[in-house]
Design a binder for this molecule. Structure first.
Ligand SMILES: Cc1cc2nc3c(=O)[nH]c(=O)nc-3n(C[C@H](O)[C@H](O)[C@H](O)COP(=O)(O)O)c2cc1C
Length: 346
């Protein structure tokens, strides 16, 4: 399936847009560990067109993140078009993605995100307005419907394709479901059958094996990984190998895992202007990196109190010394605990 922008992989792996997580340093890290395409967290069209400094700041990205999409949300077609024009002129990403999936109350109450799903006429107006305002491909990300009663992923997808969407990402849950229940992968398969444009499958990928299962079950052109990347960016490299029919690279052992976490921390330190705020914000990532490790409750408690990146190195060093001394018994050292990952994202 031809993508609307150049991408090397046969079945590209996307890092999902995630507010507060898929920021520039994490996007770069995931690109280094095998993600083929990244997307910014959702950004308000009003904030962009008014050049709100906090919003514009989140538009910064490095060349090593490309191909990258900037995701925008809003319910006013004119504002969405203006935002797309600004993003195109100033930042030149590979594509502009429209968020029609966000379930958060503050957003849907103004008809942004999945709120738009209640008015498909408005959805089409937004896609057309954005497409008129940029020469870049315009893609969309949405859910299966607003509620169980109005669940209609194929109808929604065809409507968005007709309005000009050049690729379609489905998180196969409704807005009312938020993050409960399961993503219905059979809905992704139905949309793949119905559309001419590439479909990106999304929802409940927790392991590299899940990537292969989703792709085989649905025939989707690409797979998007969200919460499954938390604390384990190497999931992309592992999934890639499996998709190619090659043996899966081993899950990094504790020492390598800490080295990757520190690499991530250094990128955050270089990117953010407020070092204390950045270290505090980074605590959630540290918690995810520590999940499933022996004696992880104690490790996480320490990591959740850090106020500087320097402290992290010390905590990791102490932990490794104790691990090597055998203080934690002979518990496994590299196992991932996906049930913990799930609860972290709920
Ligand atoms: C913390 C968090 C923030 C998110 N922010 C966004 C966002 O900004 N834009 C968006 O389209 N989806 C957002 N999502 C939804 C994800 O992109 C994805 O659709 C969802 O998590 C399902 O995929 P997963 O099961 O692989 O996590 C967010 C999800 C999480 C957990």
């Amino acid at each position: 399936m031809r993508f609307p922008f150049p991408v090397a992989a046969e079945i590209p792996l996307y890092l999902a847009p995630m507010a507060g997580v898929s920021e520039s340093p994490f996007r770069r890290l995931c690109r280094r560990h095998g993600a083929d395409v990244v997307v910014t967290e959702f950004l308000s069209a009003e904030g962009i067109r008014r050049e709100n400094p906090a919003t514009v700041d989140k538009l910064r990205f490095g060349e090593d993140e490309r191909p990258i999409g900037v995701q925008i949300f809003g319910a006013d077609p004119q504002a969405m078009g203006d935002a797309a024009a600004f993003v195109t002129d100033v930042f030149q990403p590979e594509f502009v993605d429209i968020n029609f999936g966000c379930p958060v109350k503050k957003v849907v109450k103004r008809n942004g995100g999945s709120g738009c799903l209640k008015d498909l006429g408005l959805v089409a107006d937004i896609i057309r307005a954005v497409s008129r305002s940029t020469h870049l491909p315009v893609t969309v990300k949405t859910r299966s419907g607003w509620s169980e009663e109005t669940r209609d992923p194929v109808g929604i997808a065809l409507h968005m394709q007709d309005a000009g969407a050049k690729a379609f990402t489905l998180h196969a849950r409704t807005r009312t479901q938020m993050y409960t229940g399961h993503a219905r992968w059979e809905e992704i398969a139905a949309v793949v059958d119905a559309l001419d444009v590439p479909v990106i499958g999304n929802g409940d990928i927790k392991t590299p094996e899940d990537v292969v299962r989703m792709q085989r079950m649905t025939g989707c052109a690409a797979v998007m990984v969200g919460r499954g990347s938390f604390g384990q960016p190497w999931i992309f490299d592992q999934a890639k190998a499996l998709l190619r029919g090659e043996p899966m690279p081993a899950t990094p052992a504790v020492e390598q895992r800490f080295a990757i976490a520190l690499d991530h921390a250094r990128m955050v330190e270089a990117y953010e202007v407020d070092p204390v705020g950045a270290a505090i914000e980074f605590r959630k990532h540290l918690g995810w990196y520590a999940k499933g490790l022996p004696n992880s409750a104690d490790l996480r408690r320490k990591l959740h109190a850090v106020k500087s990146f320097g402290e992290v190195e010390g905590i990791f060093g102490d932990y490794l010394t104790r691990l090597q001394r055998g203080d934690f018994g002979d518990a496994p050292t590299g196992a991932d605990d996906s049930s913990e990952l799930e609860s972290a994202a709920a």
